[in-house]
Design a protein around this ligand. Sequence first.
Ligand SMILES: NC(=O)c1ccc[n+]([C@@H]2O[C@H](COP(=O)([O-])OP(=O)(O)OC[C@H]3O[C@@H](n4cnc5c(N)ncnc54)[C@H](OP(=O)(O)O)[C@@H]3O)[C@@H](O)[C@H]2O)c1
Length: 263
Amino acid sequence: MDLGLHGKKAIVTGASRGLGFATALQLAREGCDIVINSRSNSNLDAALEKISAGINVQIIPLTGDITYEGKAAEVIQKAADALGGIDILITNTGGPPTGSIENIDDQTWHEAVELNFLSHMRLIRAALPYLSVSDAASVLTITSMSVKQPVPNLLLSNSIRGATIGLTKTLALELGSEGIRFNTILPGFIRTERVLDLLAQRAEANSTTVDQEIAKQSKQSSIGRIGDPQEFANVATFLVSPAASYLTGGVFLVDGGMYKATY
Ligand SMILES: NC(=O)c1ccc[n+]([C@@H]2O[C@H](COP(=O)([O-])OP(=O)(O)OC[C@H]3O[C@@H](n4cnc5c(N)ncnc54)[C@H](OP(=O)(O)O)[C@@H]3O)[C@@H](O)[C@H]2O)c1
């Protein structure tokens, strides 16, 4: 199937590794010109080298911490200038720290709201003028399975990410008539640096090894394993593509069957 992505202009934030990187790589393979963003020049340079190997599209690294007010808009402005517009926006960042109600202070709560909610809102708000003149406008927010099923020791993620779902769904309803689609993916446990860090913390707490924690988490999946970033990227790439033109307001689990409820 031709996804219709050739020549489209995409920006993926949080794209130096993990889910963002895998998705940017797949979009480049499909012929998109891409801006990749993260906080670190050196991480972005390494990502750029990997993505551009053998692929003949424009890939532009753009450093910036999208947690900060003003930075998200600046990143979008620079991306639109570099690409000559924006058709596809994928909003993604790092995850918040672990912890419990007793040991997370107010400042950490505020930072998590900035990182895992306001960054998405600010990126989308800044991109709307460009998306509204695109004939294939699509936004994908990357959130977490934690909005449906709280993940142990991830109080911040479990609490805050629901707001991003509300944002995504509301905009899908309000801006569909302008031709802009909005969807979100809820990853379960996909093998990235973030997930391996979380499982290392569990291993320390449980006096086990990371491999034992991977085996335990794998049993939660009906497929019997954690996911690969490429498996996430395949779904993300389809969702933002013109081939998914009748999909908007969708909340899609990519979790290998870890979520147990019917709805
Ligand atoms: N992997 C999963 O299975 C899973 C499950 C549920 C939810 N999630 C969520 O999905 C998101 C991506 O997950 P991941 O596993 O790919 O995480 P990851 O391995 O930690 O990668 C995060 C990416 O975001 C960048 N980043 C972090 N903070 C940033 C900021 N303030 N501004 C710009 N870029 C930033 C990082 O690059 P630099 O360090 O170079 O800035 C990196 O490229 C996270 O929010 C995570 O919590 C993931």
